[in-house]
Write a protein that binds this ligand. Structure first.
Ligand code: CA2
Length: 149
């Protein structure tokens, strides 16, 4: 495993500006920096991208095939609505870990459903920005276990 794409969806560019009790006080730039540092320690290249547009996120997922060994995806509110993002993850076959800062299962009922979760390797939620680092480790572990088997 050599490279990972950290992909963030709608409104996550606003991190650190409002609702720190729900999403923490770190800005997206801070979260991305700690992902880069964490990846560097494991010899990984980490690329980061954020978009508020579903089509942009789809394009990034399509372009990840053959380019990245894994995706860490916080699709924001598209998590709960986007069959298109789910289909894209299925189709590119790039191992994807779904991340949420908040515990979506402890919030409003409409946040309990994740289309992303059907196509992802797994889901990490409720651990704030640390969840992104956990997701990188989960991808590393996923690749390591496939190399020995
Ligand atoms: O907990 C998460 O990471 C979410 O993906 C965040 C999304 C929400 O729609 C999902 O249900 C769970 C919302 C991101 C909004 O982020 C903001 C942060 C600060 C200020 C305004 C928006």
């Amino acid at each position: 495993m050599k490279s990972v794409l950290i992909l963030n969806g709608p409104n996550l560019n606003l991190l650190g500006t409002r609702q720190p009790e729900v999403y923490g006080s770190q800005t997206l730039a801070m979260v991305e920096d700690s992902c880069r540092q964490h990846g560097e320690q494991a010899g990984l290249e980490v690329a980061c991208y954020q978009s508020n547009h579903e089509g942009d996120l789809l394009d990034q997922i399509h372009a990840a095939k053959g380019k990245y060994d894994g995706i860490v995806l916080n699709a924001g509110a598209y998590t709960h609505s986007s069959i298109a993002l789910m289909d894209a993850i299925y189709s590119v076959e790039v191992p994807t870990v779904e991340v949420h800062l908040s515990n979506i299962h402890a919030r409003e009922t409409f946040r309990h459903t994740s289309y992303i979760g059907r196509a992802a390797l797994g889901q990490i939620c409720g651990f704030g920005a640390f969840g992104y680092l956990m997701a990188i480790d989960a991808l590393l572990q996923h690749h390591a276990s496939r190399e020995v088997s």
